[in-house]
Design a protein around this ligand. Sequence first.
Ligand code: NAD
Length: 373
Amino acid sequence: MASNRNLLVLPGDGIGPEVMNEVRKIIAWMGSKRAVGFDIQEDVVGGAALDRHGVPLADATMKTALEADAVLFGSVGGPKWDNVEFDKKPERGLLRLRKEMDLFANLRPAKVFDALIDASSLKPEIVKGLDIMIIRELTSGVYFGEPRGRHTNARGEVEAFDTQRYTASEIRRVCAVAFELARKRKNKVMSSEKANVMHTGVLWREEATRLHKEKYSDVKLEHMYADALAMQLLRSPGQFDVIVTDNLFGDILSDEASMLTGSLGMLPSASLGAPDATGRRKALYEPIHGSAPDIAGKGLANPLAETLSYAMMLRYSFDLGNEADLVEKAVENVLAAGYRTADLLGGGKHDGVKKVGTQEMGDAIVKELDRLA
Ligand code: NAD
């Protein structure tokens, strides 16, 4: 079906193509039942691109990604390419996409589905209904700041150094994403840094506060030191809605938050760039998990993280909130009906559980979409 929605699909390696196959079924369902069509281009990335083109991301693929409205990504990597030189590693393909698309805002939802509440490492009463969005700054901070490196100092000892560096505009643009997102959720933003001990933290707090006053005073803004936030995420995570923080703290806090929810196979993400003249942002959607070589090719992969990444794409790139709700509801209902891939079976009770493989889980979602519609 012709549409003005351009989508680049990059399944990648390992379980990437397997979980993407299940999302294709949902894309087809949306096209035929809800008239939500995409102009889809598909290409290789990671190890698959290395095998075909000798690089983990071909220039032509990069160009298509820059022109697309959204990129839906699977996963890259695997033992076959473990010993290739650093610049050719499959993961470099993903890093190039993030860098050249300037995807500075990484959205990591941590949502607990009632049916999986026993999979959390916290007590059910603490995580019940949990629905947090962590926004991590992705293209600056200590992972990129110069100078960085190592040398032998004047005392003859080897020392290594990194630089935490943020400009006011880098802070403002990621905080703007947080405020805008909060308006579509519970209207609350928690900004987090270490303003007590870091200059970048002081600037972060000033800029978040200034932007809030200028443009987003309808949203509730609070601040919390990152160490206190790490503790509060475990003590009482339900107090948070949108959290915005820098690259380093976001890396750690988003992993911590994701574990509140249970399996890697359930966690989607979005990475967004700056809006263009029409307001549309460059965007890449991908599950948090990797290519899972230990289960690749066995039909065991959980396709729900990729499915939920697709739902995020509907919501954030195409403003199709109702359709995103529908997909998320289908996932919730299928879990409530007891469908579980192997990764969701650890611990907890197994009464009424239907153990399924990748394709059966995808089929169950499509069947539930039919029922809901
Ligand atoms: P991984 O996420 O691939 O797997 C970790 C564990 O979780 C494995 O036991 C795996 O079987 C399981 N798992 C992951 N996703 C699952 C799913 N959807 N359903 C069921 N079980 C699932 O991480 P890893 O083992 O550290 O890395 C494997 C490869 O993936 C490496 O080459 C790594 O570099 C790469 N990697 C890629 C990405 C990415 O593409 N964004 C992210 C992380 C790791």
